[in-house]
Structure formats: structure tokens, C-alpha cells
Design a protein around this ligand. Sequence first.
Ligand code: ADP
Length: 480
Amino acid sequence: MRVLHVSPEVRTLNKVGGLGDVAFELPKALAELGGAETAVVAPLTGRAAELMEVGPRRGGPLFELCVPLDFRCHRVEVRRVELEPGPEIWAISSPLLDGKPVYPSSEAEGLTTTFPLLALSVLEGVSRGIWGEVDLIHVHDWPGAMVPLFARFHRYYGGLEWPPFVLSIHNMAHQGLYDPGVLDEWHLHGRVLSVEVGEFWGKLNVLKAGIVLSSCVLTVSPSYAEEIRNPEFGFGLDGVARSVGYKLFGILNGIDEGYWNPSTDPHIPFNYGPSDLEGKRRCKELLLEEMSLGPREGPLFCVVSRVVRQKGFDLLAQALPEMLASGVMVLVLGSGERELVDGIRSAARGFEDRFKLLETFDEALSRRIYAGSDFLLMPSLYEPCGVSQLIAMRYGTLPVARRVGGIRDTVVDVDEGGFGFLFQEYTVQALLGAFRRALSWYRERPKELELASRRAMTLDLSWRRAVDQYLYVYNLLRRR
Ligand code: ADP
């Protein structure tokens, strides 16, 4: 069975968040553990072009395609990318994508061109067989949802036959809303704007169309598949989610346990495993030294995240003064919305010796932080799955997190024999309650805390179970 994954981001090329990890690791696991033939197609955006120039094996253009957009024919190159061992990755390269951000937010950044170009390249490539005989197209988030949309309503491609589509929703908040004026530019039939398909308050909603047009809709955790049926988490599409309940399921993400492995990770100063946490203690010492943080014997709480409202940064800003006043250290790695970054910084004012915010995206640094911290703070407003808490757990760093979405499905509270400190309500008091529990375990129950840490490290977080579930879905749907 040959499955083509289509994603706006993929690790090694242009990762921004968890989707970048999943778009890399899931196809790899499907191939290695499930025997499926997989390939990933992503646009050459973000830092990708730079990497392609310096990578060990540059991806040369293997195919050239012409795709029709905005009344012109655009030449795109399809390149095979091999920056690291992993799945078969194909990058779509075009002058229209050069220097553009992974997620454009304005016309000048490519809002109306990037993902239509990706979708058209996929359809043109599939129709020409450049990826072989494709049995199923698995698209990710609203940028991927452009593919089923164009496959059905494009004036040319809409008349052809396509393999079935599976849509994975990694974040329901982002839907791809466009003024109907783009339909002409994209050569789409006006029927797409019917309320049964893509119409949403007078606009075209790409995610909605993708949900309607895909044979199966998946979310990245079972809890999130339930939550998006409610107004609180559905972002206006909860009714649509309810109406497609018969084809909507959640499959919990895993992580690549070979790639995220403290006993072999070459990016951390000392390797360690669940049977010997000495290396973790030494990683912490070095990290505190590197970050000039103290007191050395106190607990270190970290955050590794995009700085956006979804991740609970407003709660964190309100809770920080009390947290820091109680003597802990907090290290934040992430960049994002200016207002939230400033909020965090000003909340920590006066505690410069105990607090650091690093406004950068750096995977090697993130690994040192996961390894050297005691706790991961993750007070998410909503969380489709969450990859950060999985990596943290693998490195023996215990989540202090809100019981929501994928966190609910992956983190068990210490009071229930688990390895996390969970809270329910999205309030500062609730967050502080979980924080105080973590602190008291650190100070008063160190042996039990260490056991919890070992428990987290020995969990099966692999893709094994997910692969079986994806294959089950694929086999039901594939072209026979
Ligand atoms: P998201 O909602 O952003 O997808 P996830 O928890 O699912 O959140 O995944 C985040 C991924 O991005 C994890 O692999 C995390 O380690 C990584 N990440 C987030 N911010 C940074 C950063 N500033 N530097 C390095 N890695 C980061």
C-alpha cells in the first residue's frame, strides 16, 4: 500500500511545532513498523531553502511540473530531500515560495499562493504518477485540506479520479478562511461555497471543506476527537464535527523513541536511562551553569513551546511571580506573540537569577532543556495531542499540565500512580495548585518523585499502537 502524506511542515525541512514531528515520524513508523510505502510532500518554505543548500545531501530537482494558478502556469520543481535518515520526503520548490514563512499570514507572505500551489503540485504529481501508484492521500491540517478541495472543485483536476483522502486535524483553531474572491484565482468551481461544503459565514473555510470531502477525519488524540464536537473547542466547526461523527476518530500520537532517547542523545552532555538518573542530575547542573540560574539545589521548571495563547501563557504570566517567589527556577524556550512574550518577561521582573526566557527555535537546546529540567509546565488552553509532554516524559521530566485533549490521554497524575501533576480548570489558582503539589513532592518526597520520573521514562510512547490503528483505517479505505 502506498500512502502519500501532505503537510505544510516536516522535521528536517521546516518544522514549526508538533505537526513537523508527526509528519516525519508517522510516515517513518508506518514504513518501518507497518510495512506501508509512505512519502511526505511539503513546500520548501521557512528555513528549508537555506538547509537545502548546506545539507549533507542536497535535494536536486527530480521532476518539473507546471501548475495553473492565478491565470498563469507556474513551474515548480519537486525535489527529493534526504537531510537525515527518515521517511521519503519530497519538497515542492518554486519562486513563489522562496523566502516565505511556513504559515503565511498576509497576501505578501503567500497567503493565497503557498498552499494552493502545494495542493496543485500534489494533484499534478499524482496524476503523472511521479510517486508511483498512490492508494491513499493523507493530508494534514487546513493547508493539507486544500488537496481534497482542489481535487473535487478545481475546474481541471475536479474532473479526474483520485484516491481516497484522510484528513488529520492537529489544530482545529486554524481553518484557512478566505474571501470568495479567491475562487477565480484558484480556478475553483463556485459550488464549493455551498453551506454543505466550504461556506462559513460568507467565507471559504478550507478545513470545513476538507472535513466534508475526506473519507475519514482523524485527530491526534481520542479526547480531542470528542472535544472538537463542543463549542468550546470546535472554533465554529463543532456542528460539522458532530455531523461527521461516523467518520471522525482520534488516534494518539507517539514519538520516535530512537530519536528522542536520553540514553543515546548526542545533543545532551550526559546520557542516562531509567535505571540510572545520575546523568540527568549532571545535565541539570550543566544547564543551570549554561543559563546562569540558581539556586542549584532548587527545582527547575521548563517550558518548550510556541508562545501563543493556546499554550496558556496568560495563566503562566499570572502564576509566575508566586512560582518564582517560592524559590524555583523557570526556563522558557520559545518565541511567538510579542504581547505574551512581554507579559512573561515582566511577570518575572526582579527574579532574573531564577528566570530565563530564550526567544529562539533550537532543537539541540530543547533537548538539553528537556534533559536538565525537573518539570515541564504545560498549562494549555487546549491541546490536540501535545508532543512536548511526551518528549519531556521520555527524558524523565514530569509534566505540570492541564488535563485537556491529548494531555488527558497521555499523562497520569502522581496521585493516581502516575508521573504528572494535573489540574482541570483553566485558572491561575488551579495551575498554582498543581505547581505547589509538584514543589512539595520535590522537597518532601524526593524518592517517590524519582520513581515517578523512572515510570515516565519506561512508558511505551512509541508509534506501535498508532501504526496499527492507521493501517486499519487505511485498509478500510484504500482503492482496491
Ligand atoms: P504545537 O502545538 O506547537 O505543535 P507540540 O507540543 O505538539 O506543540 O509540539 C511542539 C514541538 O516543537 C516539540 O517537538 C517541541 O520540542 C518543539 N518546540 C517548540 N518550541 C521550540 C523551540 N523554541 N525550540 C525547539 N523546539 C521547539
